[in-house]
Design a protein around this ligand. Structure first.
Ligand SMILES: [Ca+2]
Length: 300
């Protein structure tokens, strides 16, 4: 991960914590159909739109279709069909929201076999923005055998697994696109939370020393920041004094049977700067192909 200054001499502040995840693509397929809303005839296939929602054509986060809602009161403007989730697995619900007034949230209801809501998980609010913003929430689906659910009055036992329904909640005007509900694979990276030891060293991570990584002059400070964190004891703060500064992990070996890895990070950027979430460089000794998708930059 690295941080560019937009103009020389400005002070930049950023944090990145938690959840640098590397996963195998074959574990990451979404059970949610038509998350980009490109397929359908009168309505996007697999989705039910409320009266305040429109299956929009034109500028979208990807493709040419998205869902757009306009409403003066808080309400769900679209819902997915129900999908089966695997018990005992962790999932991430994510999507891209372009909010031009008010605020919007993306959420998911976990349902029992009679489609009654057991629990609900909701993304942070997306508010007025100058473009598409990424929203996400993560949740665990209980293991039916090891953690049988305590039944409330009128509830029936879960025997086959859990169902889920994704929804988009809005007051104002916003578009939604590229919704995904994917199982989280096991991460193999060390010290994902950038925790520091007593001497302030952040194990498994170090300052990137390759001056040729980016244009301009490299320089600045990298240190643990206990005052700004998403979870755990600290985050890592990157504060460039020159054009850019970067943080690198140790090198990890890749399994020869894998073809795609995914990285994700929580990052926050303050002052005039651009934070680039993790990218990766790969080298192989023989065979196979490796691909990586780069996340959106975070600017402040
Ligand atoms: Ca789309």
């Amino acid at each position: 991960m690295y941080l560019n200054s937009i103009r020389e001499g400005c002070i930049l502040w950023a944090i990145a914590t938690c959840a640098t995840v590397a996963s195998v693509a074959t574990n990451g397929s979404s059970p949610l159909p038509n998350g980009s809303f490109e397929i359908g005839t009168a309505e996007p296939e697999g989705w039910k739109l409320s009266s305040g929602a429109l299956w929009a054509t034109g500028p979208s986060h990807s493709g040419t279709r998205s869902v757009e809602g306009v409403t003066t009161r808080e309400e769900n403007i679209c819902e997915s069909q129900t999908v089966w989730l695997k018990a005992g697995a962790d999932y991430r619900l994510s999507g891209w929201v372009n909010c031009t007034s008010g605020s919007a949230r993306l959420g998911v209801d976990l349902l029992d076999e009679q489609e009654r809501v057991i629990s609900q998980y909701v993304s942070p609010r997306a508010a007025l923005s100058s473009g598409w913003v990424y929203v996400a929430t993560e949740f665990a689906v209980a293991d039916i055998k090891s953690s049988p659910r305590k039944l409330q009055a009128g509830q029936s036992p879960i025997t086959n697994g859990y169902r889920a329904r994704v929804w988009f909640h809005l007051k104002g005007r916003a578009k939604l696109d590229d919704v995904s509900l994917t199982p989280l694979a096991t991460s193999f990276m060390g010290n994902k939370g950038f925790e520091a030891d007593q001497r302030g060293r952040i194990g498994f991570w170090s300052e990137e020393k390759d001056d040729a990584l980016l244009e301009g002059r490299r320089g600045g400070v990298i240190r643990p920041d206990p005052d700004n964190k998403r979870e755990g004891k600290s985050s890592v703060l990157l504060n460039p004094s020159a054009d850019w500064i970067a943080l690198s992990s140790i090198n990890y070996g890749l399994a020869p049977w894998t073809e795609c890895y995914e990285f994700s990070t929580w990052a926050r950027c303050e002052a005039a700067g651009i934070a680039h979430p993790p990218a990766a460089s790969f080298s192989r000794t023989s065979g196979g192909t490796t691909s990586a998708r780069r996340a959106q930059v975070v600017s402040g």
